[in-house]
Design a protein around this ligand. Structure first.
Ligand code: BV8
Ligand code: ZN
Length: 259
């Protein structure tokens, strides 16, 4: 227990120090990944030994997969949309929404790799969704994008009302470019941050993972919140290791005595 106590005393002191740096920051940017939704019950990508809800990524999350077997891909995405109906934001999502509330969205940016919409559901407003959203679909013919909340069931092969072409999830698959405007804004926010939080991501997917060195080389203090060290850890100043649903509320709510 002694070591455990020491470890938690170390963590408490690290959270306190990081929270002070965060409170004094001019501009804060945050990059989140699947780990911040884990405590809401959503499977992460690499937790299951490379299988994702029983599928290999190449089978369900690339343009070729969609060309090869659109029914399989839609079954996979409809299954994830259905799961979203039963999950809700956890204290980590709420902590980041409150941080934006406290700081104002002109001094804060939330950049997420997640497609589950839980940051918006928790009240975050300035959210840059690098990889799209399960709540939107896009026509593979005319490009029309529509909100289709996960509560709206979609058939196995939904088609466009305008041009009859096959609809696809408005998601960035592997080997597809990120939306230019979203990526550009995310890189600008990282480059102007003086504190950059990186939470719940293994930092293996590019170009999202590049936001950490972009922030670092612009002089930001990097704070990692994760269960373990990651590919981003080489740039980290404060490593806060534990569940993000417990650490983020402590990090954003901490107040020095008398303040
Ligand atoms: C691009 C949508 C170029 C899908 C996603 C060959 C050809 C082309 C490109 C490539 C190539 N080889 C490699 C690449 C680049 C590729 C890439 O990076 N591959 C990786 C796998 C090596 N990138 C791309 O393809 C990107 N596009 O490069 O285009 C281009 C340019 C011009 C023209 C044409 C092409 C597109 C990448 C986007 C892919 N789409 N999502 C969907 O969701 O359905 S990415 C997918 O991975 C999710 O968005 C996910 O968020 C993201 C990253 O994963 P993480 O979020 O980090 O999740 P992971 O499970 O890995 O980790 C979870 C972490 O949480 C862990 O660290 C764990 O410890 C922690 N954790 C768990 N529980 C908790 C916790 N932490 C705290 N608390 C907890 N409770
Ligand atoms: Zn269309």
């Amino acid at each position: 227990m002694q070591y455990q106590a020491e470890q938690s005393r170390g963590l408490a002191a690290d959270i306190e120090q990081a929270a002070q740096v965060l409170r004094d920051a001019d501009y804060v940017a945050v990059l989140t990944g699947a780990g911040v939704s884990a405590e809401s019950g959503i499977a992460t990508f690499r937790g299951a030994g490379g299988l994702w809800e029983g599928h290999r990524i190449e089978e369900v999350a690339t343009p070729h997969a969609f060309q090869r077997d659109p029914t399989l891909v839609w079954r996979f995405y409809n299954q994830r949309r259905t799961k979203l109906c039963a999950v809700k934001p956890n204290p980590g999502h709420h902590a980041l929404a409150q941080l934006e509330e406290q700081r104002g969205s002109e001094r804060f940016a939330l950049i997420t790799q997640n497609v589950d919409g839980l940051h918006r559901a928790a009240g975050s407003r300035h959210v840059l969704e690098l990889h799209g959203s399960l709540a939107r679909i896009r026509c593979s013919g005319c490009g029309q994008v529509d909100e289709r909340p996960p509560e709206d069931p979609l058939p196995d092969l939904p088609t466009c009302d305008e041009c009859r072409a096959l609809l696809r999830p408005d998601i960035v698959w592997f080997e597809e470019p990120l939306p230019e405007d979203v990526w550009t804004e995310a890189a600008e926010c990282a480059a102007r941050s003086d504190v950059f939080l990186v939470a719940g991501t293994s930092a293996v997917v590019y170009p999202a993972a590049r936001l950490v060195p972009i922030a670092k080389s612009a002089g930001a203090v990097i704070v990692e919140i994760n269960l373990t060290a990651t590919e981003a850890s080489q740039w980290v100043d404060f490593g806060l290791y534990g569940p993000s649903g417990q650490i983020l509320p402590r990090l954003t709510r901490w107040r020095a005595a008398g303040r």
